[in-house]
Design a protein around this ligand. Structure first.
Ligand code: MSP
Length: 469
């Protein structure tokens, strides 16, 4: 068993700057990491492939310089989200490239060369089946681009060798695929999954890791990218058993198939254990449509962060964007949540309770501090149902507001009911600190501030926690 819980995030393509959709992997993984408090946390950037190569060419920037710049933007973005990773991997890192080639050599007996002709989407970087091609009328629904007809000689990975083992691992929950409705989709998809093309001829793709022993072929981006989760740990030259198998791998639903089918097959071929949980989130939509660089309807996360800060960003995306289903982002929803919930429910509560405490010289006794953590919250957190867990916390926050309205501490003070006043303030502050404890994975900075305000001599904040617009 791993000493530390290893948590991973999908590595975004760097053919553009981060958009709000990219935040989901990081935020969910960060909530998980903070909840367990003893984790190794990988993040990185996916820097090979034609999409990136073409974009750099269009912009007339040397490719390496282009990916350097964009990778940096992702690193800055992750920091601005208040997300703390321990390891960062770039697929153009020399170590990564060397290790991917070593991995290729290790699974060589599962690889064969064959001719293939089919429909390809550069946006998805994958071949689609004839059935998908027909269903989508020749146009990728995610990228609104026509599929290209490609005929080429590629290396294939024998997925067929591992289908039974993968199916068994998913069904027995040795490797959980979450949420459950996605598990069902994956189990169906496994049946129809053909062997996977894992290389492209050099004439079609130059910006990638060369296939060892064949100068005419370059590794397919997904083969290269998936391996990041273990190359970053040092595999194969280092023992990774203190981190691997991953406890949770966070990915968007659009790339779940790679993580729940191809990736486990590679791991099995290497003789490595399968991840414990693969957690897939939904898409953030803009006006009901997927946000994507290719469509050009992206919401700039930096604008959201500049306007309202990290904590408000985390609040909205962790509570108003569903953990598993697609959800719509609109500025109106964001502003409403900020004003009515963060500023009113929480900000005002802290202000008013701290003011009441100060006015009445109330200090929390040590043995009043919360010790018990409630189990419903823990159950939800362990099941990765973060939005629902966050809802629970928020219900507590709202209940404390109601409690204060009912207790009317100001009347007790006026009537000199000192003992009763002490009792109600103690209960209110204790409840708030209990909620704050559970708020930590979601809003770490806010939780820290609330704890500071209510420890020792209680001092209301000079500025409201969340100033209204
Ligand atoms: N490079 C691959 C991942 C390789 S992982 C070994 C890739 N990159 S991506 O930039 O397209 O997406 C990175 C992550 O962001 C994925 O988890 C993807 O699902 C997520 N999202 C991209 N757009 C999104 C939304 N609009 N909404 C939510 N998540 C989205 O795929």
């Amino acid at each position: 068993m791993a000493e530390k819980i290893y948590i991973t995030t999908a590595i975004p393509y760097v053919n553009g700057v981060p958009h709000v959709g990219h935040a989901m992997d990081y935020l969910l993984a960060d909530v998980c990491a903070r909840y367990f408090d003893n984790s190794r946390f990988q993040a990185g950037t996916d820097e090979h492939g034609n999409k990136i190569f073409q974009k750099a060419k269009e912009l007339n920037i040397p490719v390496q310089e282009y990916v350097d710049n964009n990778s940096k933007k992702f690193q800055d973005f992750i920091q601005r989200l208040g997300v703390e990773y321990t390891d960062f991997v770039r697929t153009t890192d020399q170590d990564h490239e060397k290790r991917v080639q070593e991995i290729w050599e290790k699974v060589k007996d599962r690889i064969y060369l064959a001719k293939y002709e089919g429909w390809y989407c550069t946006g998805c970087e994958r071949y689609v089946t004839e059935k998908e091609y027909e269903e989508n009328h020749g146009i990728c629904p995610d990228h609104q681009k026509s599929y290209e007809r490609l005929a080429e000689e590629n290396y294939y990975f024998r997925l067929a060798d591992f289908k039974d083992q993968i199916r068994e691992a998913i069904e027995s929950h040795r490797m959980r695929v979450l949420p459950e409705f996605r598990e069902k989709e994956i189990l169906k998809l496994i049946e129809d999954s053909p062997d996977v093309s894992i290389s492209r001829p050099k004439s079609q793709l130059t910006w990638g890791v060369p296939v060892p022993g064949d100068e005419n072929q370059v590794m397919y981006v997904w083969m290269d990218a998936l391996c990041n989760y273990i190359t970053v740990l040092g595999y194969p030259d280092k023992d990774i058993s203190d981190s691997w198998p991953a406890y949770a791998q966070f990915v968007g639903k659009d790339i779940l198939r790679f993580h729940a089918i191809l990736w486990p097959a590679i791991l099995l071929a290497l003789g490595l254990e399968l991840p414990k949980n693969i957690v897939s989130h939904g898409m953030i939509l803009a006006n009901g449509q997927k946000m994507s660089k290719s469509i050009g309807n992206v919401i700039d996360p930096i604008e959201v962060l500049d306007k309202h800060g990290t904590e408000a960003f985390r609040y909205f995306f962790l509570r108003h964007i569903d953990t598993f289903d697609d959800s719509d982002f609109t500025w109106e929803k964001f502003e409403d949540a900020y004003n009515n919930e963060l500023a009113n429910d929480l900000g005002n509560l802290v202000q008013r309770l701290a003011t009441l405490c100060k006015k009445n010289n109330f200090v929390l006794e040590n043995d009043d501090t919360p010790t018990e953590v409630e189990s419903q919250y823990d159950n939800l957190m362990r099941e990765f149902r973060f939005k629902e867990a966050f809802d629970e916390v928020w219900e507590k926050v709202q209940a404390i507001n109601r409690q204060i309205d009912e207790d009317k501490p100001w009347s007790l003070a006026k009537n000199n009911e000192t003992e009763k006043l002490k009792q109600v303030l103690s209960s209110e502050v204790t409840n708030l600190l209990e909620a704050t404890n559970q708020l930590k994975p979601f809003l770490p900075e806010t939780a820290k501030r609330i704890e500071e305000i209510f420890s020792g001599t209680i001092e209301p904040p000079k500025e409201p926690l969340f100033p209204k617009n």
